[in-house]
Ligand binder design. Structure first.
Ligand SMILES: C=Cc1c(C(=O)O)[nH]c(=O)[nH]c1=O
Length: 309
């Protein structure tokens, strides 16, 4: 169909998938994704040991999106690795978010044979904003370079990096320079939630979520322009890498913006959490109409073709 595209040699029926963390932690979640219309899917960021995560409420819908401080709840690396071994069908990404460099290296080393065997793809998450006491690696360029050098020295297959949003041109330049040094980094997923926002309820005069005094990562309509800027900044700076867009996608309209900005695949987070997996059928149908209305036959007809003035 018109939405068919390829990603690192894998053909997908459409460019849409879930954002890591949304509807992908449990076997039931993963079954819903696998049986949805999404072209591919990604698992909840995992750590070696299973984690309960932060106290609830730890996710809240907000006027223009969502706020979360989940705290990396997950069933543990072995569960997601086994899921990858048994999974058949759509392209599968495995999100890895260890609590230390050693933990990421261990998981990458263990995942490699499964990636080679099954074709699943690792997305290394360097941007979790919600583990108290753990600063985001994505905002520490020295540490990020070391993580990527260590992981790429044990993982000789293409992998991606899930990035926080950057807000300074110098930071786009510095981060891109690191990625361009590491050939195994095949794609960049821009962006993770905007870290440490605060949503306040005027009636109750209270924050929306329990962990971290209400501080959490923002998603949804709040973050679309920032997500688009990060997609385009790295699309321009890393011509040998692919970019996956994430942030503010509710319909074909925002997905089209991400692809114009340079995204090869488009992840859906907040809107998926709010609407459920049937969102993928809606967005696919809308996207086909949008492409037809504009006279495009394939994604490559307009990917990265954003015009400047
Ligand atoms: C992996 C932890 C993450 C979480 C979390 O589990 O709190 N929330 C996000 O918005 N992004 C993350 O990367």
């Amino acid at each position: 169909g018109a939405l068919t595209t390829t990603f690192l040699g894998h053909q997908v029926s459409n460019p849409f998938l879930n954002a890591a963390g949304v509807l992908c932690r449990t076997p039931e979640d993963l079954l819903q994704l696998a049986s949805s219309v999404s072209g591919s899917m990604i698992t909840k960021s995992c750590t070696v040991e299973p984690r309960e995560g932060n106290p609830e409420p730890r996710y809240a819908a907000a006027p223009y999106g969502s706020i979360n401080s989940m705290g990396l709840p997950n069933l543990g690396f072995e569960f997601y690795k086994q899921f990858a071994v048994e999974h058949r069908g759509k392209l599968l990404f495995i999100s890895v978010s260890g609590m230390s460099m050693d933990e990421n290296v261990k998981m990458a080393k263990d995942l490699l044979p499964v990636a080679k065997e099954t074709g699943c793809i690792m997305e290394l998450n360097l941007s979790c904003p919600n583990v108290p006491g753990k600063p985001q690696v994505g905002y520490d360029f020295t540490t990020m370079r070391e993580y990527l050098q260590r992981v790429s020295s044990v993982y000789d297959a293409p992998f991606g990096v899930k990035l926080p949003p950057y807000f300074d041109i110098a930071h786009f330049d510095q981060a891109a320079a690191i990625f361009n040094e590491i050939p195994q980094v095949a794609f960049l997923t821009c962006v993770n939630s905007l870290g440490n926002g605060l949503v306040i309820d005027v009636d109750t005069e209270t924050v929306a979520i329990k962990p971290k005094d209400g501080f959490g990562g923002l998603g949804g309509r709040y973050i679309l322009p920032t997500a688009l800027a990060n997609v385009n900044a790295f699309y321009r700076r890393c011509p040998t890498k692919l970019v996956v867009g994430c942030g503010g996608v509710y319909s074909a309209n925002e997905a089209f913006q991400h692809i114009l900005a340079g995204a090869s695949l488009v992840q859906v987070g907040t809107a998926l959490h709010e609407e459920g997996p049937q969102i993928f059928q809606r967005v696919v149908d809308e996207f086909a109409l949008l492409m037809r209305a504009k006279g495009y036959n394939t994604i490559d007809d307009f990917k990265g073709k954003l015009k400047t003035l």
